[in-house]
Ligand binder design. Structure first.
Ligand SMILES: [Zn+2]
Length: 126
């Protein structure tokens, strides 16, 4: 499905909902994008620790970050790792970022994603 966000500015929290945090969290509540609520709850119910997520707001790439110890389980569950040229940390390619299953990805999202990083000066165009 497409996410339900319309005109939600990336980086804002206007389409978030508050969920009761699972036992593994040190927080009482965790806020997630409303579009990802069911999928995140399903992951939590499966014992998967999530570290962050964004539905992409129909603009940029949606993602779910999954705890290191649960990466192989996420792959077993059919999650596809999101590799991109920006996902380097300490020289290692990050492996904790996955595409949500419940949100459709389109080419414009990749374009917007890359253009954002160009606009903040991470890449120089030749
Ligand atoms: Zn959304």
């Amino acid at each position: 499905m497409n996410c339900n966000c319309r005109d939600v500015e990336t980086g804002t929290y206007s389409n978030q909902i508050k969920l009761k945090a699972p036992d593994w969290s040190s927080h009482e509540f965790i806020c997630v994008d409303a579009c990802l609520k069911e999928e995140i709850l399903n992951l939590w119910n499966s014992g998967i620790i999530t570290l962050g997520c964004c539905c992409g707001h129909n603009y940029s790439l949606p993602f779910i970050n999954i705890a290191e110890e649960h990466i192989s389980r996420a792959i077993e569950m059919g999650y596809i790792m999101q590799t991109n040229p920006l996902s380097y940390e300490n020289g290692d390619k990050r492996k904790d970022t996955f595409y949500p299953k419940s949100i459709d990805v389109n080419p414009k999202m990749f374009e917007n994603f890359i253009n954002h990083y160009i606009s903040v000066g991470m890449f120089k165009l030749k």
